[in-house]
Write a protein of this length. Sequence first.
Length: 377
Amino acid sequence: MAAERYIGLMSGTSLDGVDGVLADFSDGCIAVTHHATAPFPPDLRAELLALNTPGDNELHRAALAANGLAGVYADVVQQLLAAAGLAPADVQAVGAHGQTVRHRPGEFDTTGYTLQLNHPALLAERIGIDVVADFRSRDVAAGGQGAPLVPAFHRALFGQTDAAVAVLNVGGISNLSLLPPTGDTGEHDVGPVRGFDCGPGNALMDHWCQLHTGQPYDTAGRWAASGTVQPALLARLMDEPFLAKTPPKSTGRDLFNPSWLAARLGDTALAPIDVQATLTELTARACAADVLRHAPQSRALIVCGGGAFNTHLMARLSALLPGIEVLSSADRGLPPQQVEAAAFAWLARAAVQRAPGNLASVTGARGARVLGAIYPA
Ligand SMILES: Nc1ncnc2c1ncn2[C@@H]1O[C@H](COP(=O)(O)OP(=O)(O)OP(=O)(O)O)[C@@H](O)[C@H]1O
Ligand SMILES: CC(=O)N[C@H]1[C@@H]2OC[C@@H](O2)[C@@H](O)[C@@H]1O[C@H](C)C(=O)O
């Protein structure tokens, strides 16, 4: 059988840069064969971050930022082709997520919108491979949240026939997929896959760490681990209505941003190290509470996204979830930083095959929809 290769490109809400994977879907399997990354140039990162907040001359700035993003995406694709010794014609399509700068589904006129900056035409022009982009807007048009989209992929990759498992992605924002046992006879024996955004992942921790240590993130959570959780602050953070909201639900930097944190910190003078400890505890508690509320029967919690490298966060999740094995996705065959990019390779393939990519049980859309728009090479 001819090789069926797809590339997935993800740049998420952490804004740390682009992860790309080359995946081979021959024989119905998902095999990630190569991984490449590229950090954002500092100016581009600053502009993408700034575009998350209303500002002057946004249309012009967004268009130029999208050009810059396509350049970084193209570099990652070239790295993958070079590492694999492949030509553009050897790859069926590239799934390019784009950079979410606003996410307001179901708001305003009730349809609302989700906006991922991207320039798929420019990317197709640079790499000579079909590009699939704009994965979220069709689900929003169908009344859904447009996010999270990874649960269908999580099911394909991590679903077990004999046990319920949960998959937690800790990127800038955290999201959970709840996978019932697929059963020997097929899926959905014990209900549909569910999934939703839990709340903050690394975004607030990264912001605080950068502000007070100059480092982009708290490596292994060591700074947080040496601080003391502040109960009053934690209670104010946990009081956020989004955390208690019933799914379907999704969020982003529109809500969990430095202003949100500043409003809850108020004038209280706390040691920065203790705030970091408290922010890490917020992420751990919000995610653990969701597992216990929605899928306490889960046998395992498989953690992916960069947060899986935060040893302190992983230890807190384990402590808060007795009886549930908390493990990195690496222990189930795919390193944490590759899972989302692999999901967009998988979603690109779905688009090319005109197969639905969303799960209405997750996003709340009126039904299954083919996601994305194809820009031919
Ligand atoms: N060694 C580490 N120790 C602690 N945290 C880490 C480490 N490595 C990465 N991280 C965290 O992971 C983040 C990047 O995660 P990831 O690449 O999954 O984010 P993302 O793609 O922006 O995610 P999403 O789209 O899910 O929001 C970093 O910003 C940092 O907070
Ligand atoms: C609108 C948007 O970009 N959402 C992202 C974000 O990052 C994590 C969480 O919030 C999740 O809902 C989603 O990403 C993953 C890839 C998803 O759609 O499943």
